[in-house]
Ligand binder design. Structure first.
Ligand code: NAP
Length: 264
């Protein structure tokens, strides 16, 4: 992988940081994006990633910084839209309107803006892979006892990321660009520490961070290209089996957001 460029957003902490370290160890050049300059500098010193300070929710800043990356490092063939915020916990009726909308701005608009900024270079190159970090929160059932532990903004943002992934994969298919939504499972990071204090010590709940890194590396290798546009879960999916059974996945239209009708 030496010499190939990946862009990872939200690289200063959590899954994005671990992924950046894994990719640089494999010989990839990585442009590491986040808001915290000091965390990014520390990461750069450890693994050689190139740090870029950026708030992905600011579209003009995304265009400027991604433009700078393309100029300095060339065209990426991997973009991982990992930066996100949970919005904490809270009922829709209680969360301040701007705080609710900020979750959409980071998680959805940030994913869109970074994708929009790299896509022309990938299309011109005739190749590239985009991985959008999604969540089980995009599709799991919500009951009448929903207590706002995960905000409606977070759920809405990740469902939108899944649909964006599917739509984009269709648009880009002929150009050779492949697009995936990935859920990491439940991983111990700052994000989950903020929300899941009640189950923090229940070790059975948690997915090792390495699972997401393994899945994204397999996507990066091209192993899952036939499953472009689909949602893959690092904890629940045996993705190598899905790759082998890709024809069935496509035929049965699994691993996407769909409505289920009541059987006749
Ligand atoms: P995390 O530990 O909270 O890290 C989030 C990263 O995103 C940080 O590096 C943060 O850095 C960056 N970030 C946040 N807002 C940003 C902005 N406006 N612009 C640029 N960077 C920003 O979260 P994580 O648990 O690693 O989550 C990574 C991804 O996996 C997210 O998309 C999350 O929704 C998804 N996910 C995680 C879990 C889980 O169990 N952890 C489960 C499902 C889905 P700065 O603060 O320095 O900007």
């Amino acid at each position: 992988m030496r010499g190939r460029l990946a862009i990872v957003t939200g690289a200063s902490r959590g899954i994005g940081r671990a992924l950046t370290e894994r990719l640089t160890r494999s010989g990839r050049e990585v442009a590491a994006i986040g808001r915290s300059a000091s965390d990014l500098e520390a990461l750069a010193a450890r693994c050689g990633a190139k740090p870029y300070v950026l708030d992905v929710a600011d579209p003009a800043a995304v265009d400027a910084v991604v433009g700078q990356i393309l100029h300095e490092l060339g065209a990426p063939d991997l973009l991982v839209n990992n930066a996100a915020v949970s919005g904490g916990s809270g009922l829709t009726v209680d969360v301040a309107a701007n705080d609710w909308w900020r979750v959409l701005e980071v998680n959805l608009r940030g994913t869109y803006s970074c994708t929009r900024a790299v896509l022309p270079a990938m299309i011109a190159a005739g190749r590239g892979r985009i991985v959008n970090l999604s969540s089980g929160a995009a599709s799991y059932p919500v009951g009448f006892d929903n207590d706002g532990q995960i905000t409606s903004a977070y759920m809405a943002s990740k469902a939108a990321v899944n649909r964006f992934t599917e739509a984009l994969a269709g648009e880009c298919f002929a150009s050779g660009v492949r697009v995936f939504a990935v859920s990491p499972g439940m991983v111990k990071t700052d994000m989950t520490a903020e929300v899941f204090t009640d189950i923090w010590d229940d070790e059975d709940t948690w997915t090792p961070i390495e699972k997401s890194l393994d899945l994204i590396e397999d996507i990066d290798s091209g192993l899952l290209d036939e499953l472009t546009g689909r949602y893959l879960h690092a904890a629940n999916d045996d993705w190598r089996t899905l790759a082998r059974r890709a024809a069935e996945v496509i035929e049965l239209d699994t691993n996407r957001l769909r409505l289920t009708d009541l059987p006749a």
